[in-house]
Design a protein around this ligand. Structure first.
Ligand code: GDP
Length: 305
């Protein structure tokens, strides 16, 4: 229900455009496909992914000879779900931590300022904590005083330790201490906040690889997850950020925030397809329960319900 409400703007805009695209038509023909292409592009799905979807519908229309416009919703749903990269936690709404053989599961969180990185980390920490997991947070976004302070605030609010050395300290040293602390106290999960300064890509790359190296002194296979946080309401800007970050480091999952209050929710489909990275979480509001485990079928259903 939260999901439906959170995606309302995307849905409303998508549907009014979609109904115009098929107005007065009974069969999916070239004109309908042209209109549909425009609907998808203006819904921020992105041109490449849009062309893929159109191509698939075209294939079906030419194979089956006749596809009625009333079938179009079902077909679109199927094709969009097929394009979304598989769910990380199939058919689950739970905030689960994969098995790591007794060592803490390490999540390194990357993303530019303002996208909702700290909020997402706080919400995640809260969910894990509520599920009885031991959580440690690492304030390795040492570039901004506000980032360190906010993470500490979240730690207090949720009741989990935050490892911090303050502003302008070495991020890798913070990560080192956070993972060390997590191992010492047999924590289940450690979430490390990092700085996202895209304008200095070489620095970003170096900083992230240095953080990885120190973490691996404790846990060779860590970080288990490098999560990129993107602001869905920025549409194609989020795509550009995804491109830059995937060049700087290996990204293994996505959290797409602020899908409430935007009609650009189609960006979830485009980014997942274009970068072949699973969307793990979506943010549909500022409250705790507004961070949701992404389930592609639920997502598609709520777009078309
Ligand atoms: P950071 O700079 O990336 O750490 O960003 P913050 O976590 O400080 O978030 C920036 C703002 O976005 C804050 O006001 C958050 O409450 C807000 N925010 C984060 N996620 C969401 C979301 O899913 N929906 C809405 N509406 N606001 C969000």
């Amino acid at each position: 229900e939260t999901l439906n409400k959170g995606l309302e703007k995307t849905k409303t805009s998508f549907f009014s455009k979609l109904s115009k695209a098929v107005l007065g038509k009974t069969q999916v023909d070239d004109e309908v496909l042209d209109n549909l292409e425009e609907v998808l592009v203006t819904s921020d799905v992105g041109i490449e992914t849009t062309l893929k979807i159109i191509g698939r519908i075209q294939d079906r229309a030419s194979k089956d000879k006749y596809v009625s416009t009333s079938e179009l919703n079902t077909i679109l749903k199927e094709e969009i779900a097929a394009l979304l990269v598989g769910d990380t936690v199939p058919d689950s709404k739970e905030f689960e931590i994969p098995e790591t053989g007794g060592l803490p599961y390490v999540i390194m969180v990357v993303g530019v300022n303002g996208v909702g990185k700290t909020t997402t980390i706080g919400k995640l920490a809260s969910h894990y904590h509520k599920n009885g997991k031991k959580v440690v947070l690492g304030a390795a976004d040492t570039f901004r005083a506000a980032a360190v302070e906010q993470l500490e605030l979240w730690g207090k609010r949720v009741g989990v330790p935050v490892i911090s050395h303050g502003m302008n300290t070495d991020p890798a040293a913070v990560a080192f201490d956070a993972v060390k602390q997590a191992v010492d106290m047999k924590a289940d999960v450690v979430i490390i906040d990092t700085a996202g300064r895209l304008h200095t890509k070489v620095n970003l790359m170096n900083e992230l690889s240095k953080i990885k190296r120190v973490i691996q002194k404790f846990i060779p296979e860590a970080p288990h997850d490098v999560m990129l946080v993107l602001d869905g309401s920025t549409g194609q800007n989020a795509v550009i950020q995804a491109r830059e970050f995937t060049k700087a480091t290996e990204v293994t999952s996505l959290a797409i925030t602020k899908l409430d209050g935007t009609a650009k929710g189609g960006v979830v489909i485009g980014i997942s397809d274009q970068f072949q990275i699973p969307v793990r979480y979506i943010g549909v509001g500022e409250k705790m329960e507004d961070l949701q485990v992404f389930n592609k079928h639920e997502f598609v259903d709520s777009l078309f319900e």
